[in-house]
Design a protein around this ligand. Structure first.
Ligand code: ZN
Length: 227
């Protein structure tokens, strides 16, 4: 039989919840966000995070840390590629290249961009590898993407060390390599010069597809590391 004290405590908790219904599902866990969780707002089943932070996580692989910008990662690329070329005979490099070639080989036929919406994340992940194969992207570039993110994380004074963040960052780079739609128009102007208009459209980079591409890459590259 519960003691009088614990019974009293439970009654107090119940009274508190009835008078503060917001506490039922609490606030978003991200400090100092004050939004209610989606469950609290009746918008979903997530009892830990608000809608804004769920979307942030889908895009960046972290609830608090933004994705690295292209400018933050670019300085590492040349060094990573040079290291890979100098270590082409290393077992870890050879295995990683073979792993990427397997991904290219197992990806099936490329899918037209306009057919991608509605496909499952797994199908969209394979379409990214198929696109890399079609564009003849050197597997070393995929290995370099893995290393670039590793080097940046090692230099970052405030890194997110979760596998999730690392994988999403690598997948974003690979997703970019797969391209998007690029159009270019030239128009002759009256003054004799040529006006060039370019349109670059990349499919939105977020969600489960990034996790799958990130896992694929991690599986191929997990032993790759510049010491
Ligand atoms: Zn939030």
């Amino acid at each position: 039989m519960p003691s009088a004290h614990s019974r009293q405590q439970r009654l107090a908790d119940l009274r508190h919840r009835l008078t503060n219904p917001q506490d039922a599902y609490e606030r978003c866990r991200v400090y100092p966000c004050t939004n209610g969780t989606t469950a609290d707002r009746g918008e979903g089943l997530n009892r830990l995070y608000c809608r804004k932070h769920i979307e942030f996580y889908r895009r960046h692989g972290s609830y608090v840390k933004r994705s690295y910008g292209a400018g933050e990662l670019r300085p590492y690329r040349a060094g990573a590629l040079a290291w890979l070329r100098a270590h082409g005979d290393d077992q870890s490099v050879r295995l990683a290249i073979a792993g990427v070639r397997r991904l290219y080989g197992a990806a099936g036929a490329p899918v037209e961009a306009f057919r991608l919406p509605g496909k499952s994340p797994g199908e969209r992940a394979r379409a990214i590898w198929a696109q890399l194969r079609k564009r003849e992207v050197d597997p070393l570039e995929v290995l370099a993407a893995w290393l670039v993110v590793d080097l940046r994380l090692r230099d970052d004074p405030q890194p997110d060390r979760h596998d999730e963040y690392r994988r999403v960052q690598v997948a974003k780079l690979i997703h970019r390599m797969a391209g998007g739609t690029h159009k270019r128009w030239e128009r002759d102007r009256v003054d004799g010069r040529t006006e060039v208009t370019e349109l670059h459209k990349h499919p939105v980079s977020r969600g489960r597809v990034l996790r799958i591409v990130g896992e694929d890459t991690a599986f191929a590259c997990e032993h790759l590391r510049i010491d």
